[in-house]
Write a protein that binds this ligand. Structure first.
Ligand code: ARG
Length: 463
């Protein structure tokens, strides 16, 4: 008979049994479920609902089940629905009648809320660790490329010269925000829901703080309806994951572009590329493409979960069981992407010569010619127009601004002098952009230093 079978006269339809059972996927929560049950049992002992001996039997029984699951000795049953009832059923089979006391003053509704919160909290730490490793790699790469000049783009058209370090450090800032978003989500997941019961708490004098403490929660939830029906922490985790994936997709898109024959800014390591079954010459950036593609999958989970929760009346509804596969897949996807992205970046070859060549083309110093005039008193708007004429002349004659003679410069403005050539060399264009946050070596070095200090602190706080 079902654990809840008392008021039923008929067996559950076989199709329904399969349809509503979640054990095939929520077995992933066995550790959290067992830890939660141990804490619950100990607390029931402390408040006198269970005897010390009963607590010992339950805790030992649960330990045995944990060990057997880890050794692959346990077969879960679809008929027992979910991980919570599977474990309870196993426990009663093993320790007898006292096993039936474990669920005193508890509902699967607060139990599942607890398990998933514990899981999310643990996975935030795991994802955060991987994210910090990626950031450490970005810092290391940036340090190597402080003087690697490359073109910066807007509209994917060459705009102004920057350095590869500066470009990479833009991603560092994005990942730093991602990291902070996960930590923020962690704060709000840190409320222990057990004691909410099915929806209206319980008549037993539970020591909720004791359970929270044992399970490493900083707080307890303060409304039993909310305690069982809040899934914000899952949505927040998915939202933070989606933004992170969006950042991955931008970086991967650039890696894909930079690997093309047209760019040749980088070459991915063989270990992080794949070939074609028909074209022998091919070396494809499949890993970067897959990460880019998996972004859609994570966004999908976020949208799915928002939709599951939309309009749900309080408190628990079975709809919420739909949270798990999406959450697990989000966790797996984000971790796998992090695990491949970091070494892919670490092992790629950077073609500094091609980057510099790229920076020299496309009139990336045109703004600097205009600035040169503006610094000598020509109103910027006028300077812009003058340089526009020069660029047009260069395009028509297939030349670059550095090649124009002084006479040609002076033909459009008498303000030009010999020092213009120095002012518009690509190196100078980068070196002069030395405001905080700019691409010159000094501010980028400062941002790397700040990044390192931040990373050290984040690593200390996380572990
Ligand atoms: N398997 C369920 C879930 O994942 C556990 C809670 C079920 N509660 C209930 N009353 N049906 O959400």
């Amino acid at each position: 008979m079902k654990l809840w079978g008392g008021r039923f006269k008929k067996e559950t339809d076989r199709l329904v049994e399969d349809f509503h059972s979640s054990i095939s996927f929520d077995q992933r929560l066995y550790k959290q479920d067992i830890r939660g049950s141990m804490a619950h049992a100990r607390m029931l002992g402390k408040i006198g609902v269970l005897s010390e001996e009963e607590v010992q039997i339950l805790v030992q029984g649960l330990k045995g089940i944990l060990q057997d699951i880890e050794e692959g000795l346990v077969e879960f049953e679809i008929g027992a629905e979910d991980i919570h009832m599977n474990i309870e059923k196993l426990l009663t089979q093993r320790v007898g009648e006292v096993g039936k006391k474990l669920h005193t003053a508890r509902s699967r509704n607060d139990q599942v809320a607890l398990d998933v919160k514990m899981y999310v909290k643990e996975e935030i730490v795991a994802v955060s660790n991987l994210l910090l490793a990626l950031q450490a790699e970005i810092l290391a790469l940036s340090e190597k490329h402080l003087e690697t000049v490359m073109p910066g783009y807007t509209h994917l058209q060459k705009a102004q010269p920057i350095t590869f370090a500066h470009h990479l450090m833009a991603y560092f800032q994005m990942f730093k925000r991602d990291y902070e978003r996960f930590q923020d989500c962690l704060k709000r997941a840190d409320y222990m829901p057990l004691g909410s019961g099915a929806l209206a708490g319980t008549t037993f004098p539970l020591d909720r703080k004791m359970v929270a403490e044992e399970l490493g929660f900083a707080n307890i939830t303060l409304n039993s309806l909310d305690g069982v029906s809040d899934r914000d922490y899952i949505i927040e985790f998915m939202a933070a994951s989606s933004i992170l994936m969006m950042h991955f997709s931008r970086l991967c898109e650039e890696i894909i572009l930079w690997s093309t024959d047209e760019f040749r800014f980088i070459e991915l390591d063989d270990a992080y590329s794949t070939g074609s079954s028909i074209m022998p010459q091919k070396k494809n950036p499949d890993v970067a493409e897959l990460i880019r593609g998996k972004t859609g999958r994570v966004y999908g989970h976020l949208m799915g979960m928002l939709t599951v929760m939309k309009s749900l009346p309080l408190a628990y509804n079975k709809d919420m069981q739909e949270d798990k596969e999406a959450l697990f897949d989000t966790v797996d996807t984000v971790k796998k992407c992090l695990l491949t992205l970091t070494p892919m970046l670490k092992t790629m070859q950077v073609n500094e010569k091609r980057m510099l060549e790229g920076a020299k083309g496309g009139f990336t110093n045109a703004t600097d010619v205009a600035d040169y005039l503006a610094k000598k008193g020509v109103p910027f708007r006028e300077a812009h127009a003058i340089v526009g004429q020069l660029v047009l002349k260069c395009i028509q004659e297939n030349r670059v601004l550095e090649d124009l003679t002084l006479a040609e410069y002076q033909a459009v403005s008498p303000v030009f002098a010999e020092d213009v050539y120095q002012a518009i060399s690509v190196m100078e264009c980068v070196t002069k952009r030395n405001l905080p946050g700019g691409p010159a070596k000094d501010p980028v070095m400062k941002s790397i230093e700040a990044g390192k200090a931040w990373l050290t602190e984040a690593e200390e706080n996380l572990n």
